[in-house]
Design a protein around this ligand. Sequence first.
Ligand SMILES: Nc1ncnc2c1ncn2[C@@H]1O[C@H](COP(=O)(O)OP(=O)(O)O)[C@@H](O)[C@H]1O
Ligand SMILES: [Mg+2]
Length: 299
Amino acid sequence: MNRPQEATVSASPESVLSIRDLSVDFGGPTKAVSGVSIELTPGRILGVAGQSGSGKSLTALAAMGLVPSNAHVEGSIRFQGQELVGMSEKDRSRLRGSGMTMIFQETITALNPVVPIKKQLMLAVTANLDCDADEARDRVEGSLHDVKLHDVDRVMNSYPYELSGGMCQRVMIAMALVCGADVLFADEPTTALDVTVQREVIDIIRGVADERNLAVMLISHDIGVLEEVSDELAVMYQGRVVESGPSSDVIANPGHPYTAALLNSIPRISGGLTEFVEMPDFALEAVEHGGTDRTGDHA
Ligand SMILES: Nc1ncnc2c1ncn2[C@@H]1O[C@H](COP(=O)(O)OP(=O)(O)O)[C@@H](O)[C@H]1O
Ligand SMILES: [Mg+2]
C-alpha cells in the first residue's frame, strides 16, 4: 500500500516555528496526529481547519510542550532553529509565555474572578520575565492598546465580571501577548462567543499578527471563520494534514474532497443554509490515498 503523501505548508526561510513529520500517539490503534508538517512565519496567520477530533489541538499542544503525560511525541519541532522535541521541561517552560503562547476556547474561565485585571496582567509578566514594575506596567498597557482596549485605566481597575465577554477575550489575548511571544496558538478562540464578538476577536488577532509581527496558528473547526483572516490554510482530517496552501487558493479551488465538504458546510446567506455534510465515501478514499499540497506551486 502506498504511504499517503504528506501535505506541508510552505517551508519559508523566515519560518519561526517549523514542525516536521509530527506524530502524537496515545498507544491506540491509530495515531492522534500523524506525519504533520507545518511552518509558521512572522506576521502571517496559518488557519488550521478540521472537524472535532482531527488533531488540531494536539498539534498546537505538542508545540507548546503541553500534551498529556501519556502521549508519545515524535518528529521535529523547531522554534527559532532550536529543537524542542526532547528538550527538558525546565527549558520548555522558559519558552512558554516569552517565546510562544496559547489562548484556548474557554479562555474567559482562565481569568481569576476576584483579582483586578491589572494585577492579573502584572503577575503574568513578573512570573515570566525578569523586569521591574515600570517595565511590567508598560508591557501591560502596550498589550491592552494592541487588543484595542483603549480605556486602559478603567479596564485595568476592573474585575472580570465588570467587563463584557468580548472585552474579557481581549484581555486574555493581551495576557497571552504581554511577555512578547513570537508565536501565538489560538485554539478555537471564538467558539464560545456570539457572531459579532467573534468577528472582533478575529480582527484583533489579525491586527496583533500585523503589528507585532507575530506568527499565528489559528485553529477552528469552522473553515468560514478562517476564510478571510488566514494567509495560509491547512485542513486536518484524522490526524493528518490533507490539504494546505495559500488560503485564497484552497478556498477558491479545494483540491481535496474533504476540504470541499467542509466548505459546503458553511452557512452562506446567498445560497441559503446548508447543514453540515457527512464525509462522503469517495472523500474518505481520497484521504487514504494522500493529501493535497499546492504550496510548492506558489512558493
Ligand atoms: N488525553 C487523550 N488520551 C487519548 N486520546 C486522546 C487524548 N486527547 C486527544 N486524544 C485523541 O486525539 C484525537 C485528536 O484530538 P484533538 O487534537 O484534541 O482534536 P481537535 O482539536 O481537532 O478536536 C482525538 O480524537 C482523540 O482520539
Ligand atoms: Mg481542539
